[in-house]
Design a binder for this molecule. Structure first.
Ligand code: NAD
Length: 395
């Protein structure tokens, strides 16, 4: 019996996972995209073409995965029944509609996988699924296995870099999962990266790495921007400066302090998966990081980050300006930092650096999350902060 893999989303990561998973005949791959006419466009593109994933192998050679996913649809009635694993590969602001669409069709024993789920993924799952969550195994990763960008919609995508190790955490429901979650995701991803899972699921919420990395770099580069266009999009990681690396390190230290406070109150919650960002980078990229002498040098010299640039908008009069509507703000603040800050508030940990990033980010978004030192702003309904769900148990 083939492994039945359902992929949610229609962007960069969904393309790569669909292409790699479908290249193994032991997988039966379906994709569900609920966004606009994406499912139709992608299906149409594949009528005349295969799905090609370009990547550079470890031996330096340019290679491809070439395949055709079995089904691309926007219909949950067709996509969901019978799935063994359901993988979220879509930005967090779109997750709620996927949970709502999945709910009527989910069967006990299914495994839902966040790749990444981003912070508060499980809070939202419990909130929307209600009793249905009991039979479901939740498996979250704190990031995506690759850096990747679509070249031609539905047909071709490039992997810029692979992680060497891909680390997640599993929380089983009351029902045994239909398939071994770790084996199933490894079979879907192929041999690279190597997947492991340990620690509590809450550790993935706390170590949603993109949220802290993107936010620190965006703040470092643009918080004192004079509003004048710059010549070209700055390199995101290779162009990082010392102040941003120091800020990232302090933010990461606050996350570790939150985990320490939780573990001190609840010895049964295993948060050994919450580590400082320097250790996480070394865990993800032991081979790609050329210079391990400092956090700044690790970020600047990581082969998997080469060439990635700041999100920008082209100006009519020439030059570019930062794109503050990008997911580096709209995903990473409400589905990252605000969740971390909400948990910190419950366990009484002071987080001045996270607060600084939220206050800057919410200002750019024109939203209110953190007000008078509390996660109580009028817009917390669009976040996954525990306060939004009135959720305090187990913290
Ligand atoms: P993406 O930006 O390519 O996602 C775009 C897709 O999201 C669209 O194709 C659509 O399917 C969906 N979408 C967008 N707006 C929507 C809306 N308003 N309503 C419903 N659906 C909508 O995303 P990606 O690059 O595949 O990334 C997926 C996740 O992985 C994100 O959380 C991202 O932050 C994370 N991530 C990406 C990379 C990368 O290199 N691409 C690296 C690390 C982490």
């Amino acid at each position: 019996m083939p492994l039945k893999v359902l992929i949610l989303g229609g962007g960069n990561g969904a393309h790569v996972l669909a292409g790699i998973a479908a290249s193994n005949p032991e997988n039966e791959v379906r994709v569900m995209s609920l966004f606009q006419d994406e499912a139709e466009r992608w299906s149409k593109a594949l009528e005349s073409s295969d799905l090609v994933i370009d990547y550079t192998d470890k031996d330096g050679k340019e290679k491809q995965f070439v395949s055709k996913p079995g089904l691309i649809t926007n219909d949950p009635k067709v996509a969901v029944p019978g799935s063994d694993i359901i993988v979220f590969v879509v930005p967090a602001f779109a997750h709620a509609q996927y949970w709502e669409a999945l709910k009527p069709h989910m069967e006990p024993g299914m495994v839902a996988i966040g790749m990444p789920g981003a912070a508060g993924w499980e809070f939202q799952a419990y909130n929307i699924l209600g009793d249905k969550a009991k039979g479901i195994t939740l498996f979250n990763f704190n990031t995506l296995p690759w850096n990747c960008r679509i070249k031609e919609y539905g047909k071709r995508v490039g992997i810029v870099g692979f992680k060497d190790n891909f680390v997640g955490a599993i929380r089983k429901g009351s029902m045994e999962p239909k398939v071994d979650p770790l084996k199933a995701i490894q079979q879907s991803l192929g041999p690279r990266p190597v997947c492991t899972a340990y620690g509590d699921l809450l550790g993935m919420t706390l170590t949603h790495t993109n949220a802290i990395i993107h936010s620190a770099i965006m703040y470092g580069r643009w918080h004192d921007w004079d509003g004048k266009p710059v010549r070209e999009a700055p390199l995101f990681y290779q162009g990082m400066d010392q102040a941003s690396a120091d800020l990232l390190s302090r933010v990461s230290g606050e996350i570790v302090a939150i985990a320490t406070a939780i573990s001190a109150k609840n010895a049964d919650i295993d948060l050994s998966n919450v580590k400082h960002i320097s250790d996480i980078m070394l865990e993800f990229y032991p081979e790609d990081i050329k210079d391990k002498s400092s956090l700044l040098r690790m970020m600047q010299s990581n082969k998997a980050f080469e060439g990635l640039r700041h999100p920008v908008i082209n100006n009519d009069g020439g030059g570019v300006s930062p794109d503050f509507t990008s997911r580096y703000i709209w995903e990473d603040v409400p589905f990252g930092l605000v969740v971390h800050r909400g948990i910190a508030e419950i366990v009484g940990v002071h987080t001045p650096n996270i607060d600084k990033l939220i206050i800057w980010g919410q200002g750019l978004m024109g939203k209110e999350f953190l007000v008078d030192g509390k996660i109580k702003g009028k817009d917390i309904g669009m976040t996954r902060a525990p306060q939004r769900y009135l959720f305090k148990s187990r913290l």
